[in-house]
Design a protein around this ligand. Structure first.
Ligand code: HEC
Ligand code: HEC
Length: 377
């Protein structure tokens, strides 16, 4: 009896200790873990979850146009919350003073799970990545990290905020990068209808058409060879690089050019060629590794929330998900040496509809809340 009572007391004490310990832990770090439903379908968050103060500071920086050289550009102007944290309006990103970049702005949703950042994977850390757009002459165009840090020091609304979020450390290359990374790590956007269906035990969460799309995705259409779906979670990427030949598609032979309202002319593409700006070929992963096998290879992106992030591919050259599926149905672009995993698929119109319906079921249920929180005052 006495032994059992003592054991019970011991257990109770242990439980109290566990609760206290947990509270102390979460108190000390002030951690802001994502609500579990938003993460359903993703592996555990890599690294230490950022604190709420770091996330909030990073959010303010992400939206702050004063961080660009002439005070016009913020991160959020290319990674627009309402546009899937990407840019729906432009094929290629447009930066400071309208300067065009050579690639499409990818989403920053679920950036915590991207192992190598950028379409060519040249950057391993979110903390360091943030400095690339801040300094790029076509993006935010700051002349140096010191310039950005001095500017932040001079802004009264940041006074004391870095010190509070980073144990007394003020604005620096490290803390600015860490704050922006903290905000991006908080953009956890899984828990889609697909995740509820596959990992949440809700057999009704997908329609029969969407389920058929999933069957094709993981079966005859072979998408999951690169956009991986596992038994416990679905990253929708293999974290590798493939040449799909996106930039090597047959171009339209003729263009319709409007001259004045209601007046237009048709120009043959061949006639334009001598006057067109020769666009430098984007060699993708090759530019990082210099390995000939990587020519024109790009990172396999995750497909979560993909219905929100048109246009598609590193060059934004495919406008809709129907275009993407048609592209794969043709077996990819006309590029010699493209991935051996691509071949004409012979999909029927119903198959294509099912695949697109499946891709549309990958929208995170957390997205509306993330957008609202992004725009909070
Ligand atoms: C002018 C538009 C523009 C601005 C401003 C901009 N970005 Fe980007 N961002 C891009 C483009 C384009 C890429 C892809 C570049 C590449 O692959 O070479 C990108 C890539 C990224 C990536 C990598 C995502 C991935 O999956 O690989 C992250 C993270 C990111 N940006 C965060 C930021 C942050 C933080 C800021 C502000 C400090 C910012 N961006 C400002 C256009 C922009
Ligand atoms: C050989 C590997 C491979 C296979 C197979 C593959 N993909 Fe991809 N997918 C990629 C790569 C790599 C990219 C990025 C290409 C680029 O940026 O130029 C991509 C891009 C995409 C995108 C655009 C995402 C974005 O944000 O721009 C979609 C949508 C997509 N794939 C869907 C599919 C579907 C559907 C299938 C099956 C019919 C499929 N993929 C098969 C490797 C693959």
């Amino acid at each position: 009896m006495a032994v059992r009572a003592a054991a019970r007391r011991g257990l109770a004490a242990l439980a109290v200790l566990a609760v206290l310990g947990f509270a102390a832990c979460s108190d000390r770090r002030d951690a802001a873990p994502p609500p579990p439903a938003a993460a359903l379908g993703l592996p555990p968050l890599p690294g230490v979850p950022p604190s709420a103060a770091q996330v909030e500071l990073g959010r303010q920086l992400f939206f702050d146009r004063r961080l660009s050289f002439n005070g016009t550009m913020s991160c959020a102007m290319c990674h627009v919350p309402e546009e899937g944290f990407a840019s729906n309006a432009s094929r290629l990103a447009v930066g400071i003073e309208g300067r065009s970049l050579r690639r499409n702005a990818p989403t920053v949703l679920n950036a915590a799970w991207v192992r190598e950042l950028f379409h060519d994977g040249r950057e391993p850390s979110l903390e360091a990545q943030a400095w690339s757009p801040l300094l790029h002459p076509h993006e935010m165009a700051n002349p140096s990290p010191g310039h950005v840090i001095e500017r932040i020091r001079a802004l009264s609304d940041y006074a004391g905020r870095f010190e509070r979020a980073f144990d007394g450390r003020g604005p620096s290359m490290d803390t600015v990068g860490a704050a922006l990374a903290a905000y991006e790590r908080s953009l956890v956007a899984a828990g889609s209808r697909f995740d509820r269906w596959r990992y949440g035990g809700d057999a009704q969460a997908l329609t029969p058409l969407e389920q058929r799309g999933f069957e094709l995705f993981t079966g005859a259409a072979r998408c999951a060879a690169c956009h991986r779906v596992g038994g416990r979670d679905a990253p929708f990427t293999d974290h590798r690089y493939h040449a799909t030949g996106v930039a090597f598609m047959p171009r339209p032979g003729r263009f319709v050019v409007p001259l004045a309202p209601g007046v237009q002319t048709v120009i043959e593409a061949d006639a334009l060629a001598p006057f067109a700006d020769p666009r430098p070929a984007d060699l993708g992963r090759f530019e990082v590794t210099l390995d000939p096998a990587d020519r024109h290879a790009f990172r396999t992106p995750s497909l979560r929330n993909v219905a929100r992030t048109a246009p598609y591919m590193h060059d934004g050259s495919l406008a809709t998900l129907d275009d993407v599926v048609a592209f794969y149905d043709r077996g990819g672009g006309d590029l010699e040496g493209k991935s051996a995993l691509l071949a004409p698929l012979g999909l029927t119109d119903d198959d294509k509809r099912a695949l697109v319906a499946f891709l549309r079921a990958l929208d995170s249920a957390a997205l509306p809340a993330l957008v609202a929180a992004a725009r909070a005052p």
